[in-house]
Design a protein around this ligand. Structure first.
Ligand code: 2NE
Length: 270
């Protein structure tokens, strides 16, 4: 597969191939832990994927065969957050969660090893998860002085139920890919050597589906948990669809032509 590199980054790779964008966290020495710079680059890459008309689905993964992502880089954790190159403490990974959730295209986590702590939350936030047999899942916050009470807990509970979510967070145990699949945390488990092939197969099927239908389904599934912000995004897409209709165009045309709009010709569906 000839992935095309879209941009040079310090901590990640952004590549595309036939409608699929692949974003790889590229810090294998620290098991793909993220620092503020990593997250800044990930946010930019997701924004590029949002704008690109030729991208229909995004894959998020980690470099190597050891880790998908091991969460926040403990080497740069200071007072008030993860310290960036200017000495400012940040928790900008929460902005990344919002980006993944808002992206009007499916995002597939391709989990190739440890998905731990904030790295686990990243796969939880993605729409689908395909994991290799060696993948290991778990939260570690209460063990290392952190927690994610946002999507990392509430959305996790939607996947696995409240009791299991509390177990995952309270005990900080690690779970095999098969255990994660049984919990409903993972869509499919495959051997590592065919992980990308399997993920691409899923992406190819997604690319055959209606992009607008996928977009609306993602919005609807999100809205249930996201409250007013989720309804706003669903409503925004309803407006987008309305703008595509002759009925909306009649209103605009009438205004520009300085005449009364004629909406009578449009159907009133039961
Ligand atoms: C991932 C895990 C379980 C792997 O264990 P093991 O024994 O297989 O590997 P090892 O030796 O621990 O790790 C390999 C190398 O990667 C570094 C290690 O320090 C080690 O480097 P060297 O000592 O060989 O130089 N490494 C691994 N994870 C790292 C990290 N997160 N930051 C910096 N370096 C890391 C094991 O490594 C592990 O438990 N890692 C820590 C997981 C963790 O606690 N992450 C932070 C959770 S908090 C969080 O992510 C967070 C949040 O809760 C809320 C908001 C935002 C972030």
């Amino acid at each position: 597969r000839n992935w095309i590199s879209e941009k040079e980054y310090q901590d990640i790779r952004l590549e595309t191939w036939e409608g699929i964008a692949k974003i790889t966290i590229n810090r294998p020495r620290v098991y793909n832990a993220f620092r503020p710079q990593t997250v800044k680059e990930l946010i930019e890459a997701f924004d590029i994927c949002r704008e690109r008309q030729d991208v229909g689905v995004v894959v998020l993964t980690g470099e190597g065969d050891k880790a998908f992502c091991s969460g926040g880089d403990q080497n740069v954790k200071g007072h008030g957050g993860y310290i960036d190159e200017d000495g400012v403490p940040r928790l900008n990974v929460l902005d990344l969660h919002k980006r993944i959730r808002s992206l009007p295209k499916p995002v597939v986590a391709m989990v190739n090893g440890y998905a731990i702590g904030g790295g686990h939350v990243l796969h939880v936030v993605c729409d689908l998860t395909i994991a290799s047999e060696n993948a290991i899942f778990g939260q570690s916050g209460p063990k290392v002085g952190s927690f994610d009470a946002g999507f990392g807990s509430s959305y996790l509970a939607r996947h696995v139920g409240q009791k299991k979510a509390r177990e995952i967070w309270f005990l900080c145990k690690q779970y095999s890919a098969v255990e994660a699949e049984k919990m409903g945390l993972v869509n499919k488990v495959v051997p590592l050597d065919i992980l990308e092939e399997e993920t691409i197969e899923w992406c190819k099927i997604i690319l055959q589906r209606s992009p607008m239908a996928l977009r609306m389904i993602k919005r609807g599934l999100n809205a249930e948990l996201d409250g007013q912000a989720g309804i706003m995004e669903l409503a925004g897409d309803a407006t987008l669809m309305f703008y595509l209709m002759e009925e909306a165009q009649e209103g605009r045309n009438a205004f520009l032509e300085k005449r009364d709009p004629d909406f009578k010709k449009f159907p009133k569906f039961p």
